[in-house]
Ligand binder design. Structure first.
Ligand code: ATP
Ligand code: MG
Length: 802
């Protein structure tokens, strides 16, 4: 069996996969099979007798972890793959903290603050301390604190570190005090931000040798993908887990290090061999992903970086077409060119829309492409950006959930104490906060016993506080006995949010209703899929919160149907992925390289690596585009092609500069250019104000489903039915569809046996390969054509035999 598996690797990959004599570092170019080596190594370890739970694999995104698990599942079976410890640093360590956190003085139901929560708390603190808010910009202070945590500096350490001197020089000497207060407040609220998940794991292991030892014994092999982008804290934890046995395998590519701004350090890779004395270094140089032309073009670009480990990446794939560069007259024309090209290739090659990706430097660039795609009926999906869970109405609902799970959560408390409005104003809130600070207690503790803490308020306010606190306490009391979906619905209704949102009829309200509707569908989906996977009859709100808190902006909502949609994403989110055809848009000075990085060589090199990452996502074709006139920040800007285009050797690049004659249809302002291309049109000299439609929706996503004006309330039967349909992704609903979906799909007495082909509502067509358990506990292992192998608890599974 081993032979079979390893036969799918080349010699150098195989050598790296079977090496188990100590620390190992695989440094290799893009597309050379690093992730493949990790995947096969895990399969190999499992076949050599390692138990799945003894293997820890750390990936950069949740998506990468899911994909890797699925591949391993195909190699060694679902049963083993299911039990692997595999996920992002944050998800794995937050799970460890849930179990062990009492050792460092937290309660296991701690809340995870997202970036918005932590910024808002920092802002509150800056205000409370009477600091000048211009001088102490909350997001820069948050960045300083984050950087400190990623370097494992607690608030106390920070006060005596060299950073304090830097802060004095930057004229923000009080950052250390803000950090100190912020840390205290997080503790009072029993909350951790994303960086704390790492810092606290590190402290837990550093201060509690027995706990560290427990996890060293458990994780007998540790594997890390994208090692070049790990930060100091992540490396330090990996060291804590592996320094005794040195069974670590890290893979990475220094040429793809793109998180310098977040504290990831290209020197990681260079320092690995210092940290692990006998580390063995492996190199892989053959790229299996891309055509020769793409590999050579990307090599010629990255050669301009001074800081790098020399590598000779080559491809034996077909020679392929040159990388194409097209300059458009305007951003609209750029979008039209991309769209036309996609349609042309698609009809010529009979491939799917899922074979195309559009990559850009920053999220906001997706808008013009989206407009064009919508007009031309090209299905697409936007990855990343402001996540669904960051929308106001969703954050409000989640704040209720969080307060129910952890009443000490300060940010959740502040968010909803008076939402929907219940007459508890800012004055009362600030009195609660002052009293809570005085006693070093949470806001909830004071609000729920105002008389005990001598909170000054009138009788009406006491009554309102009591009503609020008893509503939350009632939900707390049933939290461990009522299903997440049921409780979630009760909360949305009981809190008054549904009334608030469903009573109004403005267009934005419809969008908000849409979101609540989708949120509930998602919650129900979560509950049912957990059940199907056999995780018990009840799935509680805390399980859902844990999952939601860890969705990063690099992950998107889980939505199976990507094969038929063009992917739109930032280059950062595209790391590790591959697509047959890649369009990199907006290659202009001032966008790419980002203007903020042009002042230092180091940052410019990081931008160049970013373009290298983008180009190396392409398998067959790579297009680079830019526009001469671009509508940004409410006006038209004149752009010149990115300097990086000069770095790509002309033998691999086909330049197609402004090919389409400027046509009025492409002018953003609608006017005619007066000087032909090359000179600025007149209307650009007096920029027009932003048209409101261009400001709309900072978070464009997949084409929004249409919604009728008179949508049912989420508590009606009709809504229930529709939720089921929504799981098929909110297409416009017909009566026939509702009937079909709500008809019983499985009856207990329909015999199911190995070999049956079934159609599952989410996973599609698959063959039953194994059955185990009886009656209520009957589980089927199904090999799905497009979704890998899954184990389903038949009692809850939604499928039919075909
Ligand atoms: P990146 O640097 O972008 O993360 P990587 O080094 O992790 O890339 P992989 O994603 O593992 O590369 O591999 C790139 C592609 O090449 C994948 O489709 C993979 O399946 C394929 N591949 C790698 N090695 C082989 C091989 N020996 N035989 C066939 N296909 C291979
Ligand atoms: Mg990879």
């Amino acid at each position: 069996m081993n032979e079979d598996i390893l036969g799918q690797l080349n010699d150098s990959q195989r050598e790296a996969a079977v090496y188990c004599d100590g620390a190992e570092l695989v440094i290799a170019g893009a597309g050379s099979g690093k992730t493949r080596v990790l995947t096969y190594k895990i399969a190999y370890l499992l076949q050599s007798g390692y138990r799945p739970w003894n293997i820890l694999a750390l990936t950069f995104t949740n998506k990468a972890a899911t994909e890797m698990k699925e591949r391993i599942s195909n190699l060694v079976g679902h049963d083993k793959a299911r039990l692997l410890s595999m996920g992002t640093f944050h998800s794995i360590f937050s799970r460890i903290l849930r179990t062990e956190v009492s050792h460092i003085g937290y309660d296991h139901n701690f809340t995870i603050y997202d970036q918005g929560d932590s910024r808002s708390l920092i802002k509150t603190i800056i205000k409370e301390m009477g600091l000048d808010e211009k001088q102490y910009n909350s997001s820069s202070v948050a960045d300083r604190i984050s950087l400190a945590k990623n370097n494992l500096l607690t608030a106390h350490d920070y006060s005596s570190s060299i950073h304090v001197r830097e802060d004095v020089e930057r004229k923000v000497p009080a950052v250390k005090d803000v950090y100190m207060r912020y840390a205290e407040r997080c503790r009072q609220a029993n909350a951790m931000d994303f960086d704390d998940l790492l810092l606290n794991t590190y402290l837990l292991f550093a201060r509690h040798e027995d706990v560290r030892q427990k996890y060293v014994d458990r994780f007998r092999y540790v594997l890390v993908d994208e090692y070049q982008d790990t930060n100091y804290a992540q490396q330090a934890i990996v060291m804590q887990l592996t320094r005794d046995h040195q069974r670590i395998c890290a893979v990475g590519d220094d040429a793809q290090s793109i998180y310098g701004f977040r504290g990831a350090n290209i020197d990681n890779i260079l320092n690995f061999t210092k940290a692990y004395d006998n580390a063995k270094l492996f190199k892989l140089e053959q790229n299996y992903r891309s055509t020769q032309m793409i590999v050579q073009a990307a090599n010629s670009l990255i050669r301009h970086n001074a800081r790098q480990i020399p590598k000779n990446v080559f491809s034996d794939n077909e020679r392929g077409e040159k990388v194409v560069f097209k300059q458009a007259y305007s951003d609209r024309e750029e979008a039209a060119i991309v769209c036309k090209e996609i349609k042309r290739i698609k009809s010529r090659e009979k491939c799917g829309f899922g074979d195309f990706a559009i990559l850009y430097r920053t999220n906001s660039q997706s808008r013009s492409i989206e407009e064009e795609f919508r007009k031309s009926n090209v299905p697409y999906r936007v990855f990343g950006g402001l996540s669904f869970y960051q929308r106001k109405e969703i954050k409000d609902i989640i704040a209720y959930f969080r307060l129910v799970a952890n009443p000490n959560d300060e940010e959740a408390f502040r968010r909803i104490i008076n939402y929907p409005s219940r007459g508890i104003g800012d004055t009362t809130l600030s009195k609660i906060a002052t009293t809570a600070n005085k006693h070093a207690l949470s806001l909830w503790t004071v609000a729920s016993q105002p008389l005990v803490f001598g909170l000054e308020a009138n009788r009406g306010t006491y009554a309102k506080l009591e009503a609020f606190c008893s509503m939350i306490s009632a939900w707390q009391a049933v939290m461990q006995s009522v299903d997440a979906y049921q409780l979630g619905q009760d909360i949305i209704k009981g809190s008054g949010i549904s009334k608030e949102i469903y009573e109004k009829r403005e267009p934005e309200d419809l969008a908000r209703q849409e979101n609540v509707y989708e949120f509930l569908a998602g919650l129900q989906d979560f509950v049912e899929s957990r059940r199907e996977e056999g995780d018990g009859e009840h799935v509680y709100l805390s399980d859902f919160l844990q999952e939601v808190a860890l969705l990063t902006d690099l992950d998107s909502d889980s939505d199976g149907d990507d094969k038929e949609r063009v992917a739109l994403m930032t280059i950062h989110s595209a790391k590790g992925l591959e697509f047959p055809n890649v369009f990199i848009v907006g290659l202009e000075e001032n966008i790419f390289p980002s203007p903020m990085s042009c002042s230092s060589l180091r940052e410019l090199e990081e931008e160049r690596r970013l373009l290298y990452v983008a180009m190396t996502r392409a398998e067959k074709r790579c297009f680079l585009t830019c526009a001469q006139n671009r509508f940004r920040y409410g006006r038209v800007e004149y752009g010149t092609p990115s300097r990086f285009l000069q770095d790509i050797s002309p033998e691999y690049l086909k330049k197609d500069e402004i090919s389409t004659p400027a046509s009025p249809a492409y002018y953003r302002g609608g006017g005619q250019a007066d000087g032909g291309y090359g000179s600025k049109p007149k209307w650009m000299q007096n920029p027009r104000p932003v048209a409101s439609q261009f400001k709309a929706d900072p978070k464009p996503r997949a084409v929004p489903p249409r919604r009728e004006e008179n949508a049912p309330s989420p508590f009606s039967e009709e809504f229930e039915k529709r939720l089921k349909v929504a799981k098929l992704r909110l297409k416009p609903v017909t009566k026939a569809e509702i009937d079909e979906l709500t008809a019983p799909t499985v009856s207990e007495d329909v015999g199911i046996s190995v070999g049956n082909v079934i159609e599952h509502q989410r996973f599609g067509i698959g063959t039953v390969i194994q059955l185990e358990g009886r009656g209520e506990n009957l589980k089927a292992t199904v090999q799905f054509t497009n979704s890998g192998t899954k184990q389903l608890l038949l009692k809850f599974a939604r499928y039919k035999i075909v």
